[in-house]
Design a protein around this ligand. Sequence first.
Ligand code: FE2
Length: 322
Amino acid sequence: MTTRRTLLKTVPFLAGLPLLSRAEAQLTAPPASRPDLILAHLTDIHFGADLLDKDRLKPGLSAEGLTVALRHAQSQGAQFILQGGDLLAEAFNKPASVVEPQMKGVVEIFRREAKVPVYHAIGNHDIWGWDKKSSGTTGQEPLWGKQWIMQALGLRERYYSFDKGAWHFVVIDDIQPGEDRDYIVKLDEDQFTWLKDDLSANKSKPTLILSHAPILGVSPFFDGSNNLNGDWKISGSNIHIDAPRFKSLFKKNPQVKLCLSGHTHLIDQVLYNGVQYANDGAVSAASWYGNMQETVPGYGLVRLWNDGRVQVEYVASGFKLE
Ligand SMILES: [Fe+2]
């Protein structure tokens, strides 16, 4: 199997403490110096799709594809992994008996293949039983909702932060119950307050934020049929409906350099107000059914410099679906 590295865009970004101000931020050629940190951002793994659809997907397909991606990412020098959510094929509307083999299978693969630390975010497909009708849940089950995936991954909190080298990393939980829909992409009030406090307590550190769905991006324009009636219409289930709050928060926190996400299974990079936003396709491409438009199975390889520069590259894992 050939390994085709897909260099979609490299955007090193110069800004902030202690170097340039936001106003001076500019796109430049890749920095010649060695990065201070290298990480892999694996998102939308959708493990177990082949367990759910035995007619159309080869048994073991997702296990094989995930194993290839984990090995490839670590061979590129990733010092740790950010797992961006939608780890599971489907828990949202499935009974426990269908969810359990997905949980067990994916945890086993990470245990076996990941030789570096892994930090997990929660995606919409990872949440057990929010669709009570289809899943047959009551909402009273101890592992209902986000509890099961948190327990399986050893997450004490659904959102959290940590430091690596000079950098600060924040993992947020952006899938919230929707009143008129399955879910909406935003932060709850408690979490937003926590994020504000966490950023103000870590102002001197260049910061990366990991979310499941994009805070900002262009790929949601191409995620579904959004322009059928003569207007672009982007769903609040595709992209953060509270993006304006983030914009204001980031203005007060110029140490925020990079926001990574998935969810659309598409690849984009946007530089807005001095913050780089990168959506890193999907390990599963189109949930293992093939490529997702231009997205082949892959992951984001992220290089970080202590002065706040970043470079994000979408790398094909080499696993072929077509
Ligand atoms: Fe997904």
